[in-house]
Design a protein around this ligand. Structure first.
Ligand code: ZN
Length: 317
């Protein structure tokens, strides 16, 4: 069971704009064409994923990851990656470099740095959670990609089967053990998330581990040997004890906490009374779409499902 609905609704954390930081930011805005390029980029449309870096380029973007945190520049909002010069002068040693792909022919890299190194002056490491409400979605997904690739590399540097050092492939995102030939791809965990409706009502649940008065859709990991649809039926039955019908695929979302791929569905209630799985679900209720409790933010697929249901139901009435 996972809790993708448990968004930490962090309020925008304004950095105190120290004079140094402001000067630094102004300098980089004025003098670095790289920064200008970033502002013009349409990441959603123009990012092309890749594994083979180009030979030396004049411009490049750099995302720096330390454990599960991302480097941010003091006083720079919204977040942007470091430019080539900023990365060069940062003075942090990279444990591993990963080419992520390119945007408008400018390569983007992620770098893993030693979590024990000192914070460079004028910069700060922040969690990916703090990005959620502060950057546009395509930027969030890019940073999530950077972090997941760093983690995958860190966890598969050695072969899990025989212990030898693995090697990166030149043609896809994989590592291979030269000794036992085992392959390692970045791990994704498919999960389902479902909004069950009964006429104009929505089934929302308060999850046992969630603090505060907060209701969300039901969700859970897909098990080995099971189809996505089976997972939806099973999770709903396990968590609240009701049968559902007419599953309709809605949309998906990369959810890098730590490596989920959320597959969202609408479903209709069929039969049964609530029987709650106490370890997971503290409360579950039917709410009329015009009278909803505190619910997930719109940055998550849970929020999208609810918004979509409200939009469709209200236009039908
Ligand atoms: Zn091996």
């Amino acid at each position: 069971m996972l809790e993708p609905h448990q968004l930490k609704l962090s309020v925008s954390q304004e950095h105190p704009q120290s004079t140094t930081a402001v000067v630094k930011s102004l300098q980089s805005n004025c003098s670095d064409s790289n920064t200008m390029e970033w502002e013009l980029i349409n990441l959603d449309a123009d990012f092309i994923s890749g594994v083979t870096p180009p030979s030396k380029t004049e411009l490049s973007f750099h995302i720096v990851v330390s454990e599960d945190e991302i480097l941010t520049i003091d006083g720079v909002h919204p977040w942007r990656p470091l430019t080539q010069d900023e990365w060069k002068w940062l003075g942090l040693e990279s444990l591993a470099d990963h080419y992520l792909g390119k945007v408008n022919d400018i390569p983007i890299y992620s770098h893993e740095v030693d979590p024990d190194s000192d914070n460079p002056e004028g910069y700060e490491f922040e969690t990916l959670w703090s990005f959620l409400n502060q950057v546009e979605q395509p930027v969030f997904y890019l940073v999530g990609r950077a972090k997941q690739i760093v983690e995958w590399h860190r966890n598969h540097h050695y072969c899990g089967q025989c212990g030898n050092v693995t090697e990166s492939s030149n043609f896809d995102r994989s590592r291979k053990c030269p000794s036992c030939k085992q392959m390692f791809y970045p791990r994704l965990s498919p999960s389902i998330i479902v909004l069950v409706n009964r006429g104009e009502e929505l089934l929302l649940a308060k999850h046992a581990k969630t603090r505060g008065n907060f209701y969300s859709t039901l969700a859970g990991f897909v098990e080995p040997g099971e189809s996505i649809e089976e997972a939806v039926h099973r999770e709903v039955m396990e968590e609240v004890g009701v049968s559902i019908k007419n599953l309709k695929y809605f949309s998906s979302q990369s959810w890098p906490f730590p490596n989920s791929l959320m597959l969202g569905f609408h479903a209709e209630y069929e039969s049964g009374e609530f029987v709650l799985q106490k370890e997971e679900i503290a409360d579950a209720r039917w709410f009329h779409y015009t009278d909803l409790p505190n619910r997930p933010a719109r940055v998550s697929i849970s929020g999208w499902l609810i918004e979509d249901f409200i939009r469709r139901t209200s236009s039908n009435t």
